[in-house]
Design a protein around this ligand. Structure first.
Ligand code: DGI
Ligand code: FE
Ligand code: FE
Length: 197
């Protein structure tokens, strides 16, 4: 099965033209990690590779460009001026409307890769985690998080969400509702899995 995409070469050019070198390498790293996690946890490898490679395609847009796309695709007003939250929503809209990507699971994996959300699919969760644990990341606990992601995706997802929520709280920044709901959801999921053992 191949993924619907009107022009894969144009999409490649798009990320080469729009991403800084380090961000391009990060995209390759997320693709690689997503493939690894898909094999380990039984997700669609091809979709994981695609979503991983293109998840940050809008990350390096300047504010004007980002805002133009937010308006063009009727995305929520709260995204204006907020690159951290906007780049995932805009990236998904561009894949859908400008590159003919129709696979909802891929689009949602890109759309929610920053915040995560409750009731995530395996692919969504895997891209959320792969983004944080790919090989080019440089934080000191990387080995610990990679190992956790290989062994227990839900637990990795929970620990990343806990870290993000703590970090944003300490910086006095707003936490998206999807992020809080994702944490509650994955915690509940882990408890249910443990009770079922
Ligand atoms: O695009 P990447 O750098 O690869 O990673 P990402 O898409 O996860 O973006 C990380 C940024 O998003 C980081 O600065 C924290 C921010 N972020 C994540 N969740 C939330 C958030 N920012 C706000 N304001 N609210 C959130 O819930
Ligand atoms: Fe991102
Ligand atoms: Fe990323």
């Amino acid at each position: 099965m191949s993924i619907n995409c009107t022009d894969r070469e144009l999409l490649e050019d798009f990320i080469k033209d729009n991403l800084k070198e380090s961000r391009y390498r990060h995209s390759e790293g997320v693709e690689e990690m997503a493939v690894r996690l898909a094999r380990l946890h039984g997700a669609d490898v091809e979709k994981a590779a695609f979503a991983g490679r293109y998840h940050d395609l809008a990350k390096n847009f300047d504010t004007d460009t980002m805002d133009k796309y937010i308006r063009k695709y009727g995305l929520p007003e709260k995204l204006i001026g907020n690159n951290a939250l906007a780049h995932s929503k805009v990236g998904a809209a561009i894949l859908e409307h400008e590159f003919g990507v129709t696979d909802e699971d891929i689009l949602n994996a890109v759309r929610y890769h920053t915040t995560a959300r409750r009731d995530m699919s395996l692919l969504e969760e895997l891209i959320f985690v792969a983004d944080v644990v790919e090989d080019n990341r440089t934080y000191s606990d990387l080995d610990y998080y990679q190992d956790l992601a290989y062994r227990d995706l839900d637990r990795a997802c929970l620990e990343i969400l806990e870290y993000t929520i703590g970090d944003l709280t300490s910086k006095g920044r707003d936490i998206d509702r999807d992020t809080l709901e994702a944490r509650d959801w994955v915690l509940q999921k882990i408890k249910e899995t443990e009770n079922g053992k």
